[in-house]
Design a protein. Structure first.
Length: 135
């Protein structure tokens, strides 16, 4: 991606992505916010790096994107690979996101603390914040 302004959201455990309750209750609202800010939404996909949100067609996302591993399950070598790929993609970008700590840690490891994360609190707090965005 050549876009300078990006917005990161995590991939969802439930596939296809659009059926995930966390996607519908939280991330969809933050993706809409990102678009109003002229940011390109990117989905952090644990094992492979980043996938453009617009490249996840609903009719195939359940089949094409079922390979994620939780960051805690990545071996040091695999984590290094993910960080390396993310660094290639995110270096020089203005990065913002809505990522829980296990995803945010990988981004911070990749580009340092020079990015803004809108995730605060727990899942319940984030559902409340997303509801306010939807109003």
């Amino acid at each position: 991606e050549s876009e300078r302004f990006v917005f990161l959201t995590p991939c969802a455990k439930t596939k296809p992505y659009y059926l995930s309750s966390s996607y519908r209750q939280i991330y969809l609202h933050f993706i809409a916010l990102a678009r109003t800010m002229q940011r390109t939404p990117l989905v952090v996909s644990d094992a492979c790096g980043l996938v453009a949100y617009d490249d996840i067609p609903p009719e195939v996302s359940g089949y094409a994107f079922c390979y994620e591993l939780a960051p805690a399950l990545l071996s040091p070598r695999a984590r290094g690979f993910v960080v390396s790929r993310l660094r290639t993609i995110l270096t020089g970008k203005d990065v913002m996101g809505c990522l829980p700590s296990h995803f945010a840690g990988i981004v911070t490891e990749t580009i340092g603390t020079d990015w803004r994360n809108l995730w605060h609190g727990d899942l319940v707090d984030m559902k409340r914040r997303a509801k306010r965005l939807a109003l």
